[in-house]
Write a protein that binds this ligand. Sequence first.
Ligand code: NAD
Length: 483
Amino acid sequence: MTIALDLPPQDFWIDGRWTRPASSNRFAVINASTGEQITSVPESVTEDIDMAVAAARRAFDESDWSSWSAEQRASAINSLAEQIEGRRAETARAVSIQNGMPISIASATEAVIPATLLRYYAELATAQPIEERRTAFGGAGTTVVRREPIGVVAAVVPWNFPQTLTFFKVAPLLAAGCTVVIKPSPETVLDSYVLAAAIEASDIPDGVINIVHGGREVGAHLVAHPGVDKVAFTGSTPAGRAIGEVCGRLIRPVTLELGGKSASIILDDADLSSLLEQFFAATLMNNGQTCYLGTRVLVPRTRHRETVDILTDFARSLKVGDALEATTQIGPLATANQQKRVENYIAKGLADGGRITTGGSRPDAGNGWFVAPTVFDDVDNSHTIAREEIFGPVLAVLSYNDVDEAIAIANDSDFGLGGTVWTSDQERGIDVARRVQTGSVGVNNYALDFSSPFGGVKASGLGRELGPEGLHAYQQTKSIFLP
Ligand code: NAD
């Protein structure tokens, strides 16, 4: 079944087949660039979710999937990668039209990363033995240490990078031998229909990947479902807290990838003008709707005016427009609510004493959920816009006197997800990066490395995705003692 974006989908992908919804509930899918409805999709109710979990349960407990060799699973995983690769353009378009991600970014990320991750984890799992023999400490006997798949996973994902974040979970969990029920965000569902078509055409066995649709209630039912063994969540810190509480009560393993308010520390020797492309990727990518962006820009007092001018001119130069236009650098925000939220933060920034040097209003870019790229100067780290995640194209500039103060400001945050250091001396940059309380940090750029762990400290989350650590998150160890 191929999904044309103008055909309203009727079914859910459950148990390896298109399955009629239990109710007639539907919700609208909106084009973020125009504010117009594109189509509608069925909404899952309890019966649909129960059916999806039961299918994932059967595929884990009763089929051979979880006991296949890593090579057998790798072959099925690579067949899914191939099917996804055949749908790159469809995936990029589906994401851009719904969440406003500029198509150039969607084509380089959402269209590419899922298959890359599948291939990476297929290879990693075949290279990593699931059993090792250890000589017991003190020499008395041997222990066989096994890594076994954890079971049925509930994967709850947000709308900002819907396919990439789905595959942060699905690629390693498949490689580990788990099964999954995915719940995309209701703001981005069409791309999951493209994914379902790819699964249908692949060698992934029935019931291994299932998809349900809906909002918070659907997610909450899935997270607490007795048939689920692990929850993998990416989203906001408040939702992560709620999910963490449920999982704590159930003693259910959970990975929480949550919000951020990361710092971009510009050192006094930085040549920012020559690094603006990298700076854009690290602070404004996807219209500011990327969790790890360093939107608190820490600038040395000695170079304050010059740096604010560079940032202001740069933000002003960005092309704002329809997400599907190839030249668009800043598209609309994902939803009308998101636009309001960002505008409220801009108002709070002004009320707290910040000064806007560019942006701060709706640009002349159409009826979608646009906010112009905005730079705030004169921000103090106590201001709301320095403390809370805005999730829009808004940079807050803060001044510091020396490096110790810069690090103190960077670390004075409830969050700790990403961040960057900008300098012409890489070793100096690494020294500063070592002192930042965060899950990951870049020097003169920030790009995810799929072979290295990603995740947050403090209110930015629990656990790690990507790298071998991301595979281990879907395995539990068993020790078999031998005399
Ligand atoms: P959100 O928390 O509102 O929703 C995320 C997902 O969780 C959606 O599918 C939603 O339907 C579901 N959900 C919400 N409440 C739930 C509950 N109580 N139980 C079960 N499911 C629930 O987040 P969002 O607005 O979709 O995404 C933006 C947020 O995601 C930002 O805070 C951003 O920083 C964060 N994010 C974090 C990372 C990371 O890796 N740390 C990556 C991307 C986005």
